[in-house]
Design a protein around this ligand. Structure first.
Ligand code: AZC
Length: 790
């Protein structure tokens, strides 16, 4: 498509899809018109992909996920279709700023963090590889809350991306399924029959997901909840307006909000309803499609692979058994085997508070038939695998991890270390019974969004240096290594980074009113705020550094800009206190003339996918400092390394594999290993001991206790200081001295800019393995038995 063709398509949509004349069109209208002009180009490959899948009778992959953190879609589609030059020029000729048009799109924030973003990267790779697949999830009216700060405290506001039409989705009013809840189970001669007490309707909305160079497109199908009963006109006419609208409002509640908790399940009936709602609708849809092609339900595992993204869709197990047994009269044991042959489960966390379990009473009340089947599945497991009964039901709780494991063909962890710990800890007993079931698939990130699109400067240099084609063959970045010895290449690499930093500095000045120097080291920690991720340790380092600079102002300190970003779950008190402390420290440090130009702290609010796309290319240092054994993998760590940031990190999650690949010399390692962490925790007074041994840490904590960051309110952050001294579960104090020492080595290393650039370039050259294309190939070969259809 040429620029001129695109231009006339934009004008055509502006007039005929939106009824606007160019003279009166606003940025929004232009963005919508451009989106539809681009979307039109997606539709043909989309149809073609579906046709090929049916024709070739390909095995289909279904990725069930409560979250898809897809962010903006317009530029992604433009880049994948190779239309970026055409789009930029068309905008220019229409008198528009291309960047402004792109920036008008709201983020689709249908996820909390890593788990949801991984699902989005997987969709991109499935399409790029041409594997016939559907993503299934919920079309939340309100995605992840919007974060702002009031006097340094986090304030949450409802997010409403759907307040304007969403141009990427196609509503499918004809694709509707009833989803039942409550009611009773009748045990008759012909088996059990569930009479649901209540029913809502799941309506489909489809978003095409176009792969690299438009060769294949899959579908993201999201369900929206609706009332089954029609609007009650009689009640309305009696004047009961609210009452008349009630059934609709109640049903819609199910797809109203994304739960904003990243790691703790909220024991709420609504959450379980959401889980069953989208799982049941997805399975009904999968089986409808299956029956349109095949007659033998027993061959389901041959043609269908279903991946459960964490335990949120775990009810798929009992639901599939219910459909096979109650509706297709398959013997119970066979039904269970067929379900198990079809389902697979990915675990994303070992944190005990994040492992889902549901009270048996609630499960029986909401899903009586499923609760009965869960008991039978438990019996079956005990009978067939010398397993202990009650592995899935324990002390009146249904454990969803165990249930998912028992009903899965394969169970996977998301990094080598995490998979190893899964075998040794949460699933040790089940692993002994089923030693072939657990395997590893280290996470990955899509290089289209996380290098090609977000970092055009570096991408151009890469293409100039090694040629094109690396975007869907990221191992080719290895070819850069031969150029790292070339001073001209290093200068160009450093220049690309500098340009990205200057761009970020301009934005930060615009949104925060803080000036930062692109020559200073940009040191970034962005991720959900959580104690185990240890933003608290990072801000302690800020305090210690501020204190050290003030004590020794004559020293030639390496200038640093500390950038934080991330949201705290609204109910997670300590995480919100950490947000407050970072903001308070930033205010004090940035106002202190003694450290000006040497240390600056910025915390832009409302970290999201779009902000990540701006921060990642501009980072020099990536903070990956979780307590070893706690971060299942991390994916931000991969984005930063790929874009030429050096990591300061612990041996946790995928950091281990990043370090293995980029080389020990190009990674700043500190802290205890996962084994040492367990030992250390057993030491009485480990925090007091560590504080006594590190004067920097001691002074930093004293500053907090003295109220250095709570003007007029000295006790403002005392709770965090107490936590460090007396309840330091995540071992911030015990790792601090090592962190501080290595961070000073980072300062030193940054002073030798050419050496730094060499290390940074090696990070890029050696990070190709972290492409989600590699991850998806692994799933396809080792878990799904699916092959590309192109
Ligand atoms: C995250 C993990 O915390 C993170 O380490 C991993 O990279 C990511 O999943 C993708 O695998 N987990 C979550 O976001 N949420 C839960 C409930 O685990």
């Amino acid at each position: 498509m040429t620029k001129d063709e695109l231009k006339s398509e934009i004008l055509r949509h502006l007039a005929f899809s939106f009824g606007k004349d160019a003279a009166h069109a606003q940025t929004r209208d232009w963005r919508m018109a451009l989106s539809l002009a681009i979307r039109d180009r997606v539709v043909t490959p989309w149809f073609e992909s579906t046709r090929k899948t049916y024709e070739g009778r390909h095995k289909r992959v279904y990725y069930l996920s409560m979250e898809f953190l897809i962010g903006r879609l317009l530029q992604d589609a433009i880049v994948n279709l190779g239309l970026d030059d055409a789009a930029r020029e068309a905008c220019l000729e229409l008198g528009l700023s291309y960047d402004q048009v792109l920036a008008d799109e709201p983020d689709a924030a249908l996820g909390n963090g890593g788990l949801g973003r991984l699902a989005a990267c997987f969709l991109d790779s499935l399409s790029t590889l041409g594997i016939p697949a559907y993503g299934y999830g919920i079309r939340y009216e309100h995605g992840l809350f919007r974060q702002s700060f009031h006097e340094g405290r986090q304030v949450e506001q409802a997010e409403d991306w759907l307040s304007q039409p969403h141009p990427w989705e196609f509503e499918r009013p004809e694709v509707c399924y009833g989803v039942g809840f409550y009611g009773t189970v009748r045990e008759g001669e012909d088996g059990a029959h569930w009479d649901a007490g209540d029913m809502v309707v799941a309506k489909a909305y489809d978003t095409p997901i176009i792969g690299w160079q438009g060769r294949w497109a899959n579908t993201l199908r999201l369900w929206s909840a609706q009332s089954r009963t029609q609007f009650d006109l009689a009640r309305f006419n009696e004047g009961q307006f609210a009452g008349a609208a009630e059934p609709e409002a109640l049903a819609r509640t199910i797809s109203r909000v994304l739960y904003p908790n990243d790691s703790t399940p909220q024991g709420k009936e609504l959450r379980l309803k959401q889980e069953y709602f989208f799982t049941a609708a997805s399975l009904a849809d999968i089986l409808r499609r299956y029956h349109s092609e095949y007659t033998d339900i027993r061959a389901l595992p041959k043609h269908v692979a279903i991946q459960l993204n964490d335990t949120h869709p775990a009810i798929a197990g009992p639901e599939l058994v219910r459909i096979l047994h109650d509706e297709h009269w398959v013997e119970l044991d066979d039904a269970i085997e067929i379900a198990r042959g079809t389902l697979n489960y990915t675990n994303h966390t070992l944190l005990p508070e994040a492992l889902e379990s549901w009270h048996e009473g609630l499960m029986r009340h909401l899903l009586p038939r499923h609760m009965r089947l869960i008991e039978q599945i438990d019996d079956w497991h005990a009978r067939t695998s010398k397993g202990r009964k009650m592995s899935t039901i324990d002390h009146g709780q249904v454990k969803m991890g165990e249930l998912s494991f028992v009903l899965a063909n394969k169970v996977n962890g998301v990094s080598a270390l995490h998979t190893d710990l899964m075998k040794k800890t949460v699933f040790s007993e089940l692993h002994t019974l089923h030693p072939d079931r657990i395997l590893n698939q280290t996470n990955g990130i899509t290089p289209r969004r996380w290098l090609r699109t977000c970092n055009p400067t570096l991408s151009a240099l890469i293409t100039d240096t090694i040629g094109s084609g690396w975007e869907d063959d990221l191992d080719r970045l290895e070819d850069l290594e031969a150029h790292v010895g070339d001073a001209g290449f290093r200068a160009a690499f450093a220049e690309a980074k500098h340009a990205n930093k200057a761009r970020l500095a301009n934005r930060i000045r615009a949104i925060r009113g803080v000036s930062i120097d692109p020559d200073a080291m940009f040191d970034i920690q962005v991720k959900r705020i959580h104690e185990y991720k240890r933003q608290l340790m990072n801000v302690l380092e800020v305090i210690a550094l501020w204190d050290a600079i003030r004590r020794n102002p004559g020293k030639d300190w390496t200038p640093r800009v500390k950038i934080f970003g991330g949201k705290a779950a609204p109910g997670y008190h300590t995480a919100k206190e950490i947000v407050h402390l970072i903001n308070d420290v930033a205010r004090v440090v940035n106002a202190d003339e003694d450290v000006a130009g040497r240390l600056t702290v910025v915390f832009p609010p409302n970290y999201n996918v779009t902000m990540a796309e701006r921060l990642v290319p501009a980072a020099d240092l990536s903070q990956q400092i979780s307590t070893a054994g706690k971060e299942a993998s991390g994916t931000g760590n991969m984005k930063f390394a790929l874009n030429g940031a050096l990591t300061i990190g612990t041996l946790d999650g995928a950091n281990v594999e990043i370090r293995e690949r980029v080389g020990d010399d190009n990674f700043f390692l500190f802290g205890m290993t996962a084994d040492e962490v367990v030992e250390r925790r057993a030491v009485p007074d480990h925090a007091a001991e560590a504080i006594a041994a590190s004067p920097e840490l001691a002074r930093a904590i004293e500053h907090i206790e003295r109220g250095s960051f709570g003007p007029g309110e000295p006790d403002r952050h005392r709770h965090l200081a107490n936590l460090l001294r007396h309840h330091d579960y995540f071992l911030v104090c015990s790792d601090f001295a090592s962190y501080w020492k290595v961070s000073r080595e980072v300062d030193e290393a940054y002073r030798d800019r050419d050496r730094w650039t060499r290390m940074a370039a090696l990070n890029t050259a050696r990070s190709g393995w972290f492409s989600s294309d590699r991850t998806i190939r692994g799933y396809a070969e080792e878990i799904w038995g699916a092959t590309p259809a192109i």
